[in-house]
Design a protein around this ligand. Structure first.
Ligand code: FNR
Length: 344
């Protein structure tokens, strides 16, 4: 087993070990105002959304996690079945491992084999060039590709990257791929400055993946064993802070949220703050490993029902109506917004 394949297995086991069903992504600092007479039926709710030309019935999808080993192939196969049965989209983990070592490509290809007509997203790091990005899309005949940015994770990893000249790669990938390109964080969030750099590079889909759910500083620190850099465990902007950072760009670019989405209420709040879709990673993996496929299908269906219920209570028929609902901010968030000069 290669070092990289082993790392993929470790990421799964550590994400489960550290899984916390309570979100720390800031959603508890936001409230909706209850409306008693919404004049709407649950059946009127339309949860559909788009990522460029990709139409999705539901605004949630299985976020990038795994692939690259025999064990994670089985997980990807199960995740792909869950995506197929529930009708949600799915991203795989980074395919970098399979571009280096052909013999593990099957652990990604299985996703397309299992769900031939589903919506599938590829995933690669931002140090990848255009030809690798094209090869990753080809491997799964993917509908879109996620390019992840993750400087703290790389620097905490002893074997990680130390050079971060990414923007030219991102620009060429955006220019030369024929499918939608999504640039995503991995749980450290984004600032308005980072989002501006991406918008300037022509990126049309930005997943701010914020702090408050799975923590890759925690996971990589645990893997280090010695000389932990645990002082970085609180690094980054929460998902809510990142969505506030994204306010000036909501009309120019497609904002996607992930990181610490744990309940349907978290997801609906993320959409009200401007996200057009929401990625969920660890809760789905945790449910799959602890409770199995059937219960995870139920988890996803209940999640969608929960989102529709909240939209009904708010009288929001669709995502654009939901995005017109103003949330009440805690005084901490108000202070954040004012210190960062953000329009909300
Ligand atoms: C991830 N994540 C991730 N992201 C990415 O872009 N490429 C990757 O290869 C991985 N690998 C990975 C493995 C495992 C086991 C987990 C749990 C997560 C990050 C993921 O897509 C997401 O951004 C964060 O996990 C935050 O979302 P949750 O877990 O809080 O819902």
């Amino acid at each position: 087993v290669s070092i990289q394949s082993h790392r993929k297995d470790e990421h799964v086991s550590l994400a489960i070990k550290f899984y916390d069903k309570t979100s720390h992504a800031g959603f508890d600092q936001l409230r909706f105002v209850h409306q008693g007479i919404p004049e709407i039926s649950l059946d009127d709710i339309d949860t559909s959304t788009t990522i460029e030309n990709i139409r999705m019935d539901f605004p949630i999808y299985i976020e990038a996690m795994t692939g690259g080993s025999e064990y994670t192939k089985k997980l990807n196969q199960k995740l792909a079945r869950i995506a197929k049965i529930t009708g949600i989209a799915m991203a795989t983990g980074s395919q970098s491992v399979a571009l280096k070592d052909d013999s593990v490509a099957f652990s990604f290809e299985i996703v397309r084999e299992t769900n031939p007509n589903g919506i599938v997203f590829s995933n690669l790091g931002a140090s990848s060039d255009v030809s690798r990005a094209k090869a990753a899309v080809k491997m799964m005949n993917s509908d879109a590709i996620e390019i992840h940015i993750n400087t703290p994770q790389e620097l905490i990893m002893p074997e990680g990257d130390r050079e971060f000249n990414w923007i030219e790669n991102i620009k060429s990938i955006q220019e030369e791929l024929s499918c939608p390109v999504i640039v995503k964080e991995v749980g450290f969030g984004m600032s308005k400055e980072t989002i501006q750099q991406l918008v300037d590079a022509g990126v049309k889909n930005i997943n701010i993946s914020g702090k408050g759910g799975t923590s890759f500083s925690r996971i990589e620190n645990y893997r280090r064993k010695k000389q932990e850099m645990d002082y970085l465990e609180d690094w980054g902007q929460t998902t809510v802070e990142s969505l506030l950072e994204a306010q000036p760009f909501k009309d120019k670019t497609n904002i996607i949220a992930s990181g610490g989405i744990r309940t349907p209420l978290d997801a609906v709040k993320a959409i009200a703050l401007g996200a057009n879709s929401v990625g969920i990673a660890a809760p789905i993996l945790y449910s799959l490993i602890k409770n199995g496929e059937e219960e995870t299908i139920e988890f996803v269906n209940d999640f969608i029902y929960g989102m529709k219920s909240i939209m009904t209570m708010l009288g929001a028929k669709n995502l654009s109506e939901l995005q017109r609902k103003k949330l009440i901010l805690s005084s901490d968030l108000l202070s954040y917004v004012s210190q960062r000069g953000l329009p909300y």
